[in-house]
Design a protein around this ligand. Structure first.
Ligand code: PGA
Length: 263
């Protein structure tokens, strides 16, 4: 059985509502022929309604970049999971290193957000990764430690609602480079193993960190890589479409069934 790969982007703090609409209108025709991969877009909260208007009825899912752990209440400026569900979100991203850096989020807090999001029926894109470059075995232990702290208490069926995004913080953002493919593959296989060992029937692990048109094809064929999570490069809809098509024949099917997607 081959797994469908998942390719998504977070726009982070970019695009007004008008720009969001323009982006999505440019993207849709560029990916209409892509039948073999699933795509998602995570706009800022302010443009989720635009995503719903433009993407409802298409194959592209949308979601948010963060969520509060409470369902409602006195939390000025925050957004709850029911609000995201109301806007048609399928996904919510939790635990990005920029949230750790800018908002001091730590594993226990992230674990609460994951529990709330799953409880409300959302699928979670859970970002984990080492903060600075280090040898693969050390990075693997660090990532598995984070997973234990965040997902340790979750039931197997909850784990099937989580997509782990392996995102080494040092590989993210301007001036950075993606992690080496063998490093990425080793971490992904360890994460899949960890999830499988806790009863997940569908472990999904995508890679994020300076993914671009040059690196995407190589990453997508690595064992254990179930997709990509793209930042800067996907701020251009044409580039996002190119990345989403990497290694795919004009028929819309992957050029060759790769080991990486075999379950
Ligand atoms: P980048 O961001 O592609 O701009 O490095 C990746 C991410 O934060 O997921």
């Amino acid at each position: 059985m081959t797994r469908r790969q998942l390719v998504g982007t977070s726009w982070k703090m970019n695009f007004t509502t008008g720009e969001a609409r323009q982006y999505l209108r440019a993207l849709l025709p560029l990916v209409r022929d892509l039948h073999s991969r699933d795509l998602f877009v995570l706009p800022p909260f302010t443009s989720l309604w635009v995503a719903r208007e433009e993407l409802a009825g298409t194959a592209i899912a949308w979601g948010a970049q963060d969520v509060h752990e409470s369902l409602s209440g006195a939390h000025t400026g925050d957004i709850s999971a029911p609000m995201l569900v109301d806007l048609g979100c399928r996904y919510v991203e939790v635990g990005h290193s920029e949230r750790r850096r800018d908002h001091g989020e730590r594993d226990p807090h992230i674990a609460l957000k994951v529990a709330t999001a799953i409880g409300c029926g959302l699928e979670v894109i859970l970002c984990v990764g080492e903060s600075c470059p280090m040898p693969t075995p050390m990075a693997r232990s660090m990532v598995l430690r984070h997973l234990g702290a965040i997902l340790g208490g979750r039931k197997p069926q909850d784990l099937d609602r989580v997509v782990v995004a392996y995102e080494p913080a040092w590989a993210i953002g301007a001036g950075a480079r993606p992690a080496a493919v063998d490093h990425v593959s080793a971490i992904h296989l360890a994460v899949r193993n960890w999830l499988g060992g806790r009863g997940s029937s569908d472990p999904r692990v995508i890679y994020g960190g300076s993914v671009g048109p040059e690196s995407c094809a190589d990453l997508l064929v690595q064992p254990g890589v179930d997709g990509l999570f793209v930042g800067r490069a996907a701020l251009d809809p044409g580039e996002f479409a190119r990345i989403a098509h990497a290694g795919v024949e004009p028929t819309g099917q992957p050029a060759a069934a790769s080991q990486s997607v075999a379950t």
